[in-house]
Design a binder for this molecule. Structure first.
Ligand SMILES: [Zn+2]
Length: 274
């Protein structure tokens, strides 16, 4: 990743691997590997220092009632930045979130991630919500709002990730009254918190959405409330670094932004959009 970023002319590269959860998943780093992750990034940072800054970050999951960026589990890692993200919803009919609420395969029984593969998503939507996708939307945005309110991170990840399994508005209408009300609840919570919102081009780069997260109308509401934004590729492979960056920049401009928030070794700064 570092090699590809330097070849592409990056001056700063931030790593934000999925932080360990209190239970194992196929997509989060195991807790015992966290020190190795930070150590590797610091070594890379020294190696690349003459031409590119490397920042050590984590994308930390918020699971209501179980864990989140605010619980300080990674405070000792000395991160340069952190992303707070809601992937999990915890439906009312499911067991209370805990590290014991796992099935024989080690999968959580207290909820599921809204960006999971479509067939799993379909199954969970039926099981926990009787197919009522807007009820799931309510729970998702409540989780985003609770994550923002709890704080403990710099950047809120993929605001409307719930759109990922709704290509072509196949499961719910994003212009419906109920959808907008749910999303606005999260907009207000984010505006009240001192966090940056990312314009995330990962969904569009991987063909899951037609536009970056968040949707333009959401971004306009955030801007009206003075919320700062940055543009992230959510790259999971070297070829995805900076993917669809122009789409992200155009979206920011369309929402009325004149500059983007960024992080470097010296802390947070703004980059003019032009
Ligand atoms: Zn994420």
């Amino acid at each position: 990743m570092a090699h590809a970023a330097r070849a592409a002319g990056f001056s700063i590269l931030g790593f934000s691997s999925h932080a360990p959860l209190p239970f194992r998943t196929g997509w989060n780093m195991d807790l015992e590997r966290a020190p190795e992750y930070v150590r590797t990034l610091r070594e890379l940072g020294r190696e690349y220092a003459p031409t590119m800054e490397i920042l050590a970050g984590l994308e930390i999951d918020f699971i209501d009632g179980l864990c989140g960026p605010a619980d300080g589990r990674f405070a000792e890692a000395g991160l340069d930045f952190s992303i707070g993200s809601a992937h999990f919803v915890t439906p009312a009919g499911a067991p209370a979130p805990s590290v014991e609420a796992l099935d024989e395969a080690g999968e959580p029984t207290f909820g599921f991630t809204v960006d999971e593969p479509e067939e799993d998503f379909e199954r969970h939507l039926e099981r926990f919500y009787d197919g009522d996708a807007l009820a799931l939307v309510d729970d998702y945005y409540a989780a985003v709002a609770a994550c923002a309110k709890a704080g403990g991170f710099d950047i809120l990840g993929h605001f409307d990730l719930i759109r990922k399994n709704n290509r072509g508005q196949s499961r719910f209408r994003e212009d419906s009254e109920r959808y907008r009300r749910a999303a606005m609840g999260a907009v207000e919570a984010v505006a009240a918190a001192d966090v940056i919102v990312e314009i995330n081009t990962g969904g569009i780069a991987r063909g899951k959405t037609d536009s970056p997260y968040p949707a333009l109308w959401v971004l306009k509401e955030l801007r009206a409330r003075g919320v700062r934004v940055c543009v992230n590729a959510d790259a999971h492979a070297p070829a995805q670094l900076g993917a669809n960056r122009d789409d992200g920049l155009r979206l920011a401009a369309a929402a009325g932004y004149r500059s983007l928030a960024a992080f470097g070794k010296g802390g947070r700064f703004e980059i003019p959009l032009d």
